[in-house]
Design a protein. Structure first.
Length: 82
């Protein structure tokens, strides 16, 4: 599921820095990354670290943290399973 989301968010590139303020496979911004305990840039963290931090963010925000892609998948921001 995280790989599917990364495919949509970043083309599956876990090390991407797109230059738009979002980083890594799951396109974290710096604020969200730091809020869930991430250090440095998400694009510098490995896939497993990004997924771990994404799961923490999901616990607080649900799929609403990734509105564009999850909406295209039909995943509701209120869904409780990841």
């Amino acid at each position: 599921m995280w790989d599917l989301l990364a495919s949509c968010e970043s083309g599956g590139n876990w090390a991407v820095d797109t230059g738009n303020g979002y980083y890594g496979g799951l396109q974290f911004n710096r604020t969200s990354w730091a809020w869930v305990g991430g250090e440095g840039l998400p694009s510098q963290a490995d896939r497993s670290e990004q997924i771990y931090r994404a799961a923490l963010l999901w616990d607080y925000q649900g799929w609403g943290a990734w509105p564009g892609c999850t909406r295209s998948f039909g995943w509701s921001s209120r869904q409780t399973s990841r």
